[in-house]
Design a protein around this ligand. Sequence first.
Ligand SMILES: Cc1cc2nc3c(=O)[nH]c(=O)nc-3n(C[C@H](O)[C@H](O)[C@H](O)COP(=O)(O)OP(=O)(O)OC[C@H]3O[C@@H](n4cnc5c(N)ncnc54)[C@H](O)[C@@H]3O)c2cc1C
Ligand SMILES: *[C@@H]1O[C@H](CO)[C@@H](O)[C@H](O)[C@H]1NC(C)=O
Ligand SMILES: *[C@@H]1O[C@H](CO)[C@@H](O)[C@H](O)[C@H]1NC(C)=O
Ligand SMILES: *[C@@H]1O[C@H](CO)[C@@H](O)[C@H](O)[C@H]1NC(C)=O
Length: 592
Amino acid sequence: MLTKALLGIFIAAVIKLTTRSWLQSGTVEVASVLNSSYDFIVIGSGSAGSVIATRLAQNGDVTVLLLEAGGHFDEMEESHVPGLWYKMLKSDFDWEYYTEPQKSCGIGINDRRIYWPRGRVLGGSSVINLMQYTRGNKYDYDEWERLGCKGWGYKDILTYFKRSENNVEPGLRATDYHGTDGPMGVSSGVVSPLADHYIQAGKDMGYTIRDYNDGEQEGFSLYQIHIKDGVRSSTGKNYLSLVSGKKNIHVATNSFVTKIDIDNVDKSAKGVYFVRNNRKFYIKADKEVILSAGAINSPQLLMLSGIGPRDHLKKLGLPVKADLPVGENLQDHGRIQLFTHIDQPISVKSDTWSMYWNGIMYKLFGTGVLGKTLAEGTSFHYTDKSQRGKNYTNVQFNFFSSYQHANIESYNDTYFNELFSKTPKEYGFMTALIMNHLKSTGTITLKSSDPFDYPVIEPNYLSEKSDLDDVVKAIRIWERFIETPTMKSLGASVDQVRVTSCDNHIFRSDDYWKCYIRHFFITVYHPCCTCKMGAPNDKTTVLGPDLRVKGVKGLRVADASSFPHETSGNINAPIIMLAEKAADLILDSWRK
Ligand SMILES: Cc1cc2nc3c(=O)[nH]c(=O)nc-3n(C[C@H](O)[C@H](O)[C@H](O)COP(=O)(O)OP(=O)(O)OC[C@H]3O[C@@H](n4cnc5c(N)ncnc54)[C@H](O)[C@@H]3O)c2cc1C
Ligand SMILES: *[C@@H]1O[C@H](CO)[C@@H](O)[C@H](O)[C@H]1NC(C)=O
Ligand SMILES: *[C@@H]1O[C@H](CO)[C@@H](O)[C@H](O)[C@H]1NC(C)=O
Ligand SMILES: *[C@@H]1O[C@H](CO)[C@@H](O)[C@H](O)[C@H]1NC(C)=O
């Protein structure tokens, strides 16, 4: 007994001594006193902003100020631990947005408002996300180019993906597609024996097994994730630590930007107003302001600064400095979650997180389930087979190897219990069935002229009838997956997702699935495209292909909002790619 207690105390002491050193090794300093002007001011330190600020400070003989509304990532140690990602949701690191009540779906969601988490911390949403590393399809970028984004075709941008990546998997490092000395670690998501079964089921269906980041995507793959040595790679930590302490960059946290100062006469961005620790500041930008506040806050800040749809700005009493379709063209990926029990002990058990031993293994060695996300496999599909080989895929499955689920999505408790707690068993997995090219689009508008008011988020999910039909087509692919010999041999069955709310329809009929979708369809957290880039003469665009705001000098937008069209898969890597290229464009323009 006594020796066991002593051993426990000893282990606890070792944990205490070792955690900080390796979990928080990428130190990023915060500036307490700021200068009155900088060459560049970057607003928002998210997936894009941290990359841009770092590359400008590294590669240019220039001064940089990075302004971030949230605090430092080290304020929550869990932010570094992949298996605890869900603890970021609704924490101090989350803006916690909600959409307007949805008309075409959301029956099973509280008030029909879909919860939209967004990072509010140094590193932005890359500190609270699920770390899945997905570049999209080569046809995505060829479409961008066709839409007028000159220089953004697949052949032009592949190099920027590689620049950010440090892939640690030998099999992937050896290929032409991956980077090996970039700041962001990428490793395999595999953690359980179930991973092999997803792949085998894909083979049963006749699909190719591939590296889904090879430009084409159709087929089954093991997941690649933004994790190195069991620790989350975020842009806040992995990029900014490269320039921390350098004399030409200041990083300011707790700095909430309220407006960009646009000169009335020559329409140029002169500086930025912000509130830091309850004090108001104005700091001048000698060269440029780069707006990287994300797909919700970038359009919000543009509108607050007088750049947006004329009628909307006038109605709120805001000046109109440039009349542009800011906040329109909101796109997102949507999903349903499908749970499958299995009768073999090969998934991660639902009580694993609370197991003492797992905590110790992780804290001492960075190994075990806490060092992974449980997304082990992914697959990409076409609902319209005629698009094969000449267009991007439109469906993605993510396979999470645990049956464990807490109500982190703001489901109405009544429906949540029906969906997730029907016949609790220890082993199983969850398929996130994701629609990557929905036709319905939405808007971000201002609620008021007060910068502290949250903007109005209206995604209009499934408002286009064909979207609902496409989700059903995707479910038919999933049914085939569950009914492969491999999945059947594990005891998997479609029956698991039979819900009483839709009992008035024949189980597995089109109408049954439409009912299910209308209840449970939610976001994949990938809003984008609200300050669309494209051809300068295209009236639907806000930015030119150099990311400059049309008709305004010294102002660019570079983040998820700059996308002209959403990519096929998780968008964090494409945003980092965009930011790498943005930094090149900016520095090049000042060298001339
Ligand atoms: C829960 C979750 C899971 C996800 N999982 C994945 C995944 O597994 N793989 C993947 O590829 N993608 C994933 N994503 C999506 C991806 O993380 C985001 O699309 C991406 O991080 C957005 O990058 P961004 O630079 O556009 O914006 P953000 O990273 O959100 O950065 C914007 C920054 O600007 C700051 N800001 C905003 N307004 C102001 C202001 N007024 N003043 C100062 N600062 C301001 C914010 O605090 C934030 O730090 C996920 C997202 C979420 C929320
Ligand atoms: C949850 O669903 C029940 C049953 O449909 C409904 O009465 C209730 O109003 C819902 N609650 C919320 C917050 O949406
Ligand atoms: C701030 O100003 C000082 C004094 O002019 C200068 O030496 C320093 O480089 C500036 N720092 C930044 C990050 O611009
Ligand atoms: C590519 O596929 C999408 C649907 O996923 C479709 O809307 C689009 O028109 C297709 N593009 C071409 C060029 O066929």
